[in-house]
Design a protein around this ligand. Structure first.
Ligand code: SF4
Length: 87
């Protein structure tokens, strides 16, 4: 294995390096690419995100309890909150 193959892929940027517009577009794009059968209804997604908005674990769009991007998790039909604040 050469050096470039052994490097860990970059999973996340430091907050100081995040391009918020690019981040928002990426989340939106991934959500749009989900199959309809995988998506929660808009009503369910908004109810879930309302719980995230008032949760102490929410930080910059990420859940500090599990590390997920909450807008992606909330958009999935089978998404779950690690602390059962929504299902
Ligand atoms: S997924 Fe659950 S624990 Fe994480 S930010 Fe949302 S409500 Fe909070």
């Amino acid at each position: 294995m050469n050096e470039s193959e052994s490097r860990r892929p970059c999973l996340r940027c430091l907050l100081s390096e995040i391009d918020e517009e690019a981040y928002r577009k990426n989340i939106l794009r991934v959500t749009e690419l989900m199959k309809a059968s995988e998506k929660a209804s808009d009503q369910v997604k908004e109810r879930r995100l309302a719980a995230c908005r008032v949760c102490d674990y929410l930080e910059s769009g990420t859940c500090r309890a599990c590390g997920c991007y909450v807008e992606l998790r909330a958009a999935l039909k089978g998404g779950r909150c690690p602390y059962k604040k929504w299902n």
